[in-house]
Ligand binder design. Structure first.
Ligand code: H2B
Length: 110
């Protein structure tokens, strides 16, 4: 099982170095389908669904994870797709929290 799935996000209000590009590129191999962007400060993945109902069911389940982990994505919601972006705002870059949430969201969609 993906080790990230057993982890819980840690509260982050700064005071932590964001992942370097090298660290980010190594971490992303653990979360199939996710891509680095924005100078390796953000990860994203687009999820596709058959209709708006399925799309919103996914968004609601994702919101539950975000609340539980106290780590929140940006979302671009369409009628049959959701683009999910993760970045750790407090440090203007990526932290383990982003990869933990991405792994849990991948599980949701399988
Ligand atoms: N979500 C994201 N994506 N980045 C943050 O820096 C962040 C967050 N900070 N959710 C969290 C809340 C922070 O306020 C708590 C204390 O962990």
């Amino acid at each position: 099982m993906n080790g990230l799935l057993n982890k819980k996000c840690k509260p982050c209000e700064g005071g932590l170095n964001p992942y370097t590009s090298q660290e980010a590129q190594s971490q992303i191999t653990q979360i199939p389908g996710w891509t680095l962007e924005d100078g390796d400060k953000t990860i994203y993945k687009i999820f596709y669904f058959k209709d708006f109902y399925q799309t919103m069911a996914f968004v609601n389940a994702l919101a539950y994870i975000a609340h539980n982990e106290d780590h929140h994505p940006n979302l671009a919601v369409g009628y049959n797709s959701v683009k999910v972006f993760y970045s750790t705002h407090a440090i203007d870059g990526l932290s383990q929290n982003d990869f933990i949430c991405a792994a849990k969201i991948n599980e949701l969609a399988t």
